[in-house]
Design a protein around this ligand. Structure first.
Ligand SMILES: [Mg+2]
Length: 118
């Protein structure tokens, strides 16, 4: 199955490199969101199979965005990709409803493994 993916990160460079990897793996990037609010809006618009979610972003962070997206769809699949690797952030993201967590910087194969899993 061809997964449709929404990328969320405030850093243009990270969005670009995630898009490149995801498309190389054969998945479809439906859109890119630049913060949590944008992710919620674009989640509703596209209903993607999976959302990649940065944590530290202006306007609305990734944790709050996960909570809101899970309210819209309790079975939404959200993969956190963040440099905030300390235990409390990981735990908070998982409690908010994230399906998985990848720590930046990451290897392509780690991303692929997680994209296949969810
Ligand atoms: Mg960020």
């Amino acid at each position: 199955m061809m997964k449709r993916i929404l990328i969320t990160d405030d850093a243009a460079f990270m969005r670009m490199s995630l898009r490149k990897m995801i498309e190389k793996f054969g998945f479809e990037v439906v859109d890119e969101a630049v913060n949590g609010l944008d992710a919620i809006k674009k989640y509703q618009k596209w209903q993607p199979d999976l959302v990649t979610m940065d944590i530290t972003m202006p306007e609305m962070n990734g944790i709050d965005a996960i909570r809101e997206i899970k309210k819209l769809n309790p079975i939404a699949k959200i993969l956190v990709i963040s440099a905030m690797g300390n235990e409390s952030f990981v735990k908070e993201a998982l409690i908010a409803g994230a399906s998985g967590f990848i720590l930046k910087p990451f290897k392509e194969e780690d991303l692929l493994k997680n994209l296949m899993k969810f």
